[in-house]
Design a protein around this ligand. Sequence first.
Ligand code: ATP
Ligand code: MG
Ligand code: MG
Length: 383
Amino acid sequence: GATLGVMGGGQLGRMFVHAAQAMGYRTAVLDPDAASPAGLVSHQHIATGYLDEAGLATLADVADAITTEFENVPADALRALAARRPVAPAGDAVAVCQDRAAEKAHFGASGVPCAPYAVIETPEQLATVADDLLPGILKTARLGYDGKGQVRVADRAALAAAWQELGRVACVLEKRLALRLELSVIVARGADGQVVHFPVQQNLHRDGILAVTEVPAPGVSPALAAQAVQRAGAIAAEMGYVGVLCVEFFVVDDGAGGLALVANEMAPRPHNSGHYTIDACDCSQFEAQVRCMAGLPLVAPRLHSPAIMLNLLGDLWFDAAGTEREPAWDAVLALPGTHLHLYGKTSARRGRKMGHLTITAADAAAARATAERAAQLLGLPPL
Ligand code: ATP
Ligand code: MG
Ligand code: MG
């Protein structure tokens, strides 16, 4: 049978491997960590660096098609692999997603508004930033995630100090918006240009990290959801994207009594906010990635149960005395419709994504009630 290869061995790679294997594929994972979550469950595990030529050559030897689960994989590595095998998404698309300045320019080219911003790469650009971008958030253009690499700045003095603190690397300054809520959309685009989408999900972040995802999105009207889906599709089509793409949006007041949609950022891969699709949709975001890579048909995914996902961060692995221990899952698993996913990480750290819990139910109110109870049992804040 055919082998599907993935760059990166984290939890996204692991869930991709599960989906690929369920459909009869062999899998190969490239990750330097000998105990990576995906490597542990893959047929083959190539334990070399992402830039290691021998590792890339081995991946191209064994895999019939290649994807990435790791956003910061060198785009050139994907471009080099593409000379030998189909690669989705392409290195060029991943490169856009790796750089906030390129990403925002791409949103603009796709006709999709984002928050007002300025690129800051030089002291001159810092000095001439428009006043109306403050208060703002200074974000490193590259490598930030889970709210890392960003600083909230109230005024020019704070902005200058923040740029210093971030090492004077290339940054974008974004105007800080008053968010009504946050949502994301996952689309899958085939090599033939066909696009399907998953239902719009509403996201709650705590300390810059995704905490809760709810579907159907309770605060999103059908018209707003349709606009989000249309925009995510336009963003994918504009770069000839192939594979699964997640676009995060802010919902803000439009100043005329309505709501407006503003693109935040995108991820060239399945996304944490789409994990609910495993248990609540008839095709998961990982199966969609397999279908895109393998050139299989894409069919519009259907949500069969309302769902709430709770992220399980490493914080839950420490008791009040700070001793590491596994949370007691029994009480949570005694609740109806709970689906526990643990990523097989060998050690817990505060803020580290260790797993997630998806709650499905016959209706949204029941899902919410069970999720509240699960959160309480786990010691998480109320939803
Ligand atoms: P991820 O882990 O999703 O990749 P990240 O580190 O790339 O996160 P962002 O998505 O840019 O960070 O921002 C993290 C969160 O900070 C957002 O989900 C939102 O809650 C808040 N935030 C970011 N930018 C703005 C803004 N311009 N105005 C208001 N809030 C913002
Ligand atoms: Mg991000
Ligand atoms: Mg984000």
